[in-house]
Design a protein around this ligand. Sequence first.
Ligand code: HEC
Length: 146
Amino acid sequence: MRTMKTAAGSVPAALGLALGLALTAGSALGHGDVQPQPVNTDGLKPLGAEWVAENPYKGDKHAVAIGASGFNQNCARCHGLEMISGGLAPDLRYLPQGKEGDEYFVERMKHGAVINGVTKMPAFEGVISQEGLWAIRSYIESKHEE
Ligand code: HEC
């Protein structure tokens, strides 16, 4: 079921560790084994394995379009279609803009959300490419509301 071995072979140790954690978190997930959907990032500048600190695609229309699809396939079941939350998970339209929101976003992608030992959200680092995740972040920011 899990197809992350190729990625794990080529990433630095710290990332590999996080990847292992992501796997652990994924298998503890109570929502059944929903496969993450790959995000096609053709046309976006490649970023490599190290996390960049700020969204490199901020405001890029192509990235927003890719992110919309990636979001609806991987995040919407909890965070709501078109990012309008039905209450199951936070409404991401209110995630801070700019660097503050970027940092928060990266932390969530690395660790997901584990509350009292229960995985409420799986980690996505190593599951969706960094390019795909920043595209999703671009989509989130495009829908920002105060
Ligand atoms: C299985 C359900 C689930 C999925 C799938 C999911 N999330 Fe979450 N997410 C949650 C929950 C629940 C929280 C709140 C955890 C908490 O209260 O700390 C959360 C929190 C977050 C937060 C922090 C929001 C805040 O205001 O604190 C971000 C950012 C986030 N998710 C992004 C994503 C993205 C991007 C995806 C898809 C790549 C995703 N999530 C997929 C359930 C999910």
